[in-house]
Design a protein around this ligand. Sequence first.
Ligand SMILES: Nc1nc2c(ncn2[C@@H]2O[C@H](COP(=O)(O)OP(=O)(O)OP(=O)(O)O)[C@@H](O)[C@H]2O)c(=O)[nH]1
Ligand SMILES: [Mg+2]
Length: 268
Amino acid sequence: MPDDDRQDLRLLAIVPAYNEEGMIGRVVRDIERHAPDFNVLVVDDGSLDGTVAQAESQGAIVLRHPFNLGIGGAMQSGYKYALAHGYDVAVQVDGDGQHKPEYLPEMLEALRTGGNEADMVYGTRFRGDPGYKVPIGRRVGNLIFSVVLSAITRQKITDPTSGFRMVNRRGIELFARDYPHDYPEVEAILMLHNNRLRIHEVQVRMNARGFGRSSIDYPRAAYYMVKVMLALFVGLLRRRPDAFEGTPPPSTGEFPAVEASAESGGSA
Ligand SMILES: Nc1nc2c(ncn2[C@@H]2O[C@H](COP(=O)(O)OP(=O)(O)OP(=O)(O)O)[C@@H](O)[C@H]2O)c(=O)[nH]1
Ligand SMILES: [Mg+2]
């Protein structure tokens, strides 16, 4: 993308965080270091530890939930914020340090130029070396969802459980309006497909979780599989609109030049 185009874009990194005091400061600093054009919004999902103080001390914008809503609720709050504040691009960067911000420039480039131009670009661990030892249960679950979603979307979706995803304004509008609740990543891909938004993968390496507890232990993994499979089949029964039904796409290109609204805030 030519530099001139990129300068006009308003970019937001949404960092969902639940009890991530051990990593959140570093995540915010790393985004600022590797992708200084992004403002950083930490969505604190009712943490009981020092997450908010750590995020604020690094200059992030912090949005606080009064109680825990889960990752889907945290991300939807982030997308609503992005929509209300006129951002053109929003990317999820997990607060546990798994997503490496050094990939953000490449993902931004791919959002404009990837495939047939993309509405969502996400980082896949499974096109090469994932960068850490992905637990076997997670690999198997991922493979099952990969087969199902690749068949539905008729394109290769190699890492449907990756949360490392960047969307343009259309994606922001869609997800601000509606975002799946528990374990949202897989369902969100079906939502994009149902709304005829285009998806593109880039190969990334991730880190093992840096601190704190994963939300997905074995009993929950079983629940996750059943719940998400059911949600996929229900999603398939939904009407598929002829075209994206949000704000009509701009005639001038992929990224509408949105008037900067009120406070921009941000650390970048
Ligand atoms: N566990 C948990 N995480 C949340 C919640 N709300 C927001 N998050 C954040 O969402 C991000 C992803 O959650 P993780 O538990 O790491 O999910 P995951 O990356 O799929 O699982 P792991 O690979 O085991 O880390 C993290 O940055 C969490 O801090 C919540 O209610 N529970
Ligand atoms: Mg994680």
